[in-house]
Design a protein around this ligand. Structure first.
Ligand SMILES: Nc1ncnc2c1ncn2[C@@H]1O[C@H](COP(=O)(O)OP(=O)(O)O)[C@@H](O)[C@H]1O
Ligand SMILES: O=P(O)(O)OC[C@H](O)CO
Length: 499
């Protein structure tokens, strides 16, 4: 019983990661699954794919290592957040595909709620913005559009869950309908202050409360599963960005992590204080242990690593993401190309769904190298936007507590050039740990700690090890000039709505 299995059910793939008793990664299995785009702005997943890839990768990782499930002390689950499923309480059959966090179909419902004067209630209760990103209006859409759904919901015959809940339900063969506080906090139905579902918001959206899962701490008893053979307890659950915050051991107020995958999600620990945002950031739960929530300010950027994918797939100027390093180094320092990668609008702190990307400063000398450098720089500039919003919202972050160094992870954090530019444009050090699998690590630690094989919070924090530190080297005057140019570019981009 010396191993822990982390299940990471993400937006484009499911992964299973096996950790040993020293919290080291033993083996990883990964499977992608299809994305469905039934209409413009709609994004769906087939629930059967989410389930099948989860089970297959879990079995694969055990088969590859020859480790029997009897040696698993626990399972931890981390997941793409906000994505919404509704299923039958008797049969477990979903009524509709999973509606993915990126899906914009409920924009009109959100606008109507805003016009009805409900924005302040949502903001004050849930810490979130009234936006289709979150689960609440997606649940309402399913109840409104699937035949007989509302009647069945009112009769207590339907269940709602984010992906963690859906997996727990299936792993326990319908015995457990539960979620954790971090996932609940992304539904726009959860009162983050009271730590309970909001009767008022559920009433507003006509969502029967019998559909909602029971909310637990992140390290808790979520039932047992025999899907891998012998019974294994599920003892840890957290949304993926919160799991990364835990995996980076950002346990003190003022500590912050930023994950650079397809998009970028930055979370700043604000301790036992839910800090309301005046700058269009989200107030959310970082983690909940021993019944005590720890809060965070979150900024979400939609395009980070995806801008590198665009260099590869859209422009064809690289074959592999890592080639951007040499190109950026070779770029003409006299050129000042700025790319605003608003491919799907801009996220925090702008929340401009309708603008589209732009390039500024083109000359006849602008080539692949300048494009690559500007693409990598756009990730740094956007992170500074978030950091400035956080500092404006919470002066403690601005003053610095001695712990305000940014901890980075995710695939793009492997790019030294990008991390150096990030430190330069922030004017603050950037720390990169040896283990970039922080999301899975967070889920594994929650489960293994609850099982008693991993250290407590302080002990775990002590295991966090920096592999690299990037110190700012840019002159402050140059930093200010470059950032002012970025801000002007964003303002101009927002001024041109999409066609
Ligand atoms: N060396 C690199 N330089 C720049 N970008 C990179 C590098 N390696 C990976 N990336 C980018 O990181 C992203 C993959 O990160 P990952 O954490 O796996 O993302 P996700 O979990 O969202 O799929 C891709 O968008 C890729 O373009
Ligand atoms: O699956 P990821 O890594 O793209 O993360 C998605 C986020 O949880 C969405 O809020």
């Amino acid at each position: 019983m010396n191993y822990v299995l982390a299940i990471d059910q993400g937006t484009t793939s499911s992964r299973a990661i096996l950790f040993d008793q020293d919290l080291r990664v033993v083996q990883v299995a990964q499977q992608e699954f299809p994305q469905h785009f039934p209409a413009s702005g709609w994004v769906e997943h087939d629930p059967a794919d989410l389930w099948a890839t989860t089970v297959q990768t879990a079995r694969e990782v055990l088969a590859q290592t020859g480790i029997d499930a009897a040696h698993l002390a626990a399972i931890g689950i981390t997941n793409q957040r906000e994505t919404t499923l509704v299923w039958d309480a008797e049969t477990g059959v979903p009524l509709y595909n999973a509606i993915v966090w990126q899906d914009r179909r409920t924009a009109d419902t959100c606008a109507a709620l805003r016009d009805g004067g409900h924005e302040d209630l949502v903001r004050a209760t849930t810490g979130l913005l009234l936006d289709p990103y979150f689960s609440a209006t997606k649940v309402k859409w399913i109840l409104d559009h699937c035949d007989g759904a509302r009647d069945r919901a009112q009769a207590g015959k339907l269940r709602f869950g984010t992906v963690d809940s859906f997996l727990i339900w299936n792993l326990t063969q319908g015995r457990i309908h539960a979620t954790d506080a971090t996932n609940a906090a992304r539904t726009m139905l959860y009162d983050i202050h009271k730590g309970d579902w909001s009767v008022e918001i559920c009433g507003l959206l006509d969502i029967p409360m019998s559909m909602l899962p029971k909310v637990h701490d992140c390290a808790a008893d979520f039932g047992v599963t025999d899907i891998l053979g012998p019974e294994v307890p599920i003892l840890g659950v957290a949304g993926d960005q919160q799991a990364a915050t835990i995996g980076q051991a950002c346990f003190q107020p003022g500590m912050m992590k930023s994950t650079y995958g397809t998009g970028c999600f930055a979370l700043l620990n604000t301790g036992d204080m839910p800090v309301p945002s005046q700058n269009r950031l989200l107030t959310t739960i970082a983690y909940q242990l021993d019944g005590k929530p720890t809060y965070a300010l979150e900024g979400s950027i939609f395009i980070a690593g995806a801008v590198v994918q665009w260099l590869r797939d859209g422009l064809g100027i690289i074959d592999k993401a890592a080639q951007t390093q040499a190109l950026a180094e070779a770029a003409d320092p006299a050129q000042d190309l700025v790319i605003v990668p608003a491919f799907t609008g801009l996220g925090a702190p702008y929340w401009q769904p309708d603008c589209r990307g732009a390039v500024f400063g083109l000359t006849r000398g602008s080539g692949p190298a300048e494009f690559a450098r500007a693409a990598l720089e756009s990730v740094g500039f956007q992170t500074r936007d978030l950091l400035q919003a956080m500092q404006a919202d919470w002066p403690v972050a601005a003053r610095g507590t001695g712990q305000t160094t940014l901890r980075v992870d995710g695939g793009m954090a492997a790019s030294d050039w990008t991390m150096q530019f990030l430190a330069d444009i922030l004017g603050a050090p950037v720390d990169r740990p040896g283990v970039l699998e922080t999301t899975a690590l967070g889920a594994a630690w929650l489960a293994g700690m609850r099982a008693g094989i991993y250290p407590d919070q302080d002990g775990f924090a002590a295991t966090w090890a920096r592999a690299d530190q990037f110190e700012p080297q840019m002159k402050p005057s140059e930093r200010d000039r470059r950032y002012a140019r970025w801000q002007a570019a964003v303002a101009a981009t927002i001024g041109v709505p999409s066609a």
